[in-house]
Design a protein around this ligand. Sequence first.
Ligand SMILES: Nc1ncnc2c1ncn2[C@@H]1O[C@H](COP(=O)(O)OP(=O)(O)O)[C@@H](O)[C@H]1O
Ligand SMILES: [Mg+2]
Length: 215
Amino acid sequence: MLTFQLPTREDTLSVGRTLGSLLEAGDVIALIGDLGAGKTTLTQAIAAGMGIQDPVTSPTFTLVQEYGDDFPLFHFDPYRLESPEDMCDFGFSEYFEQGGVVVIEWADKIQALLPDDHLALTLIDPDIAGATEDADEAPGEEIEVSESGIRYLRIDAGGERSAQLLDRLAEIPAVQALQIPPESMPARPMPAARPAISPPLKRRPGATRSPIVNE
Ligand SMILES: Nc1ncnc2c1ncn2[C@@H]1O[C@H](COP(=O)(O)OP(=O)(O)O)[C@@H](O)[C@H]1O
Ligand SMILES: [Mg+2]
């Protein structure tokens, strides 16, 4: 497991681009996080890191969008999926053997369908926790997010290949600079814990910064 803080959008892009540059055919990346946490931003950066030039958007009403040619990215967004069975009917597992990379937003919705050996990226924004509960927005629509809140990222490996990826990622200085100790990570707050009216935003007590980070 690796844990990061992502103070700016550029930091999310930096981790995504670096990860994208390490990916190989058959790699599966699961993105987990509330609406506005940064899943599509990460996907865009992963695509850029893979050398894909096309602009990556949110596949709002399509389940999957394909980018690139020789080394494609299959970008899944099961946000509006009624049940995981629909994903099976869609032939989801066949995408793992198409010579490309599979990135899935809202991957926790289809957890049981993921291969064991996948890399899980959990994005946490303490200020927008629970946004999935009351937001009508479609993924990809602009939603209001706090400027002051720091985002966090946890990456877990589920098998040999993803563990290897994680090790290689941890060796890259730009990524190392964003790492924080696991105990500094806030938990992903539960929707029920969200107050009806948000209090003024302030640094969370647990949100300590790593001494190795330059600001
Ligand atoms: N680390 C970050 N810090 C601040 N803003 C960010 C960060 N990462 C992404 N954003 C911004 O948050 C907004 C929502 O991101 P997006 O990737 O669309 O979220 P999701 O796909 O999870 O709903 C975008 O405006 C994006 O630029
Ligand atoms: Mg999105």
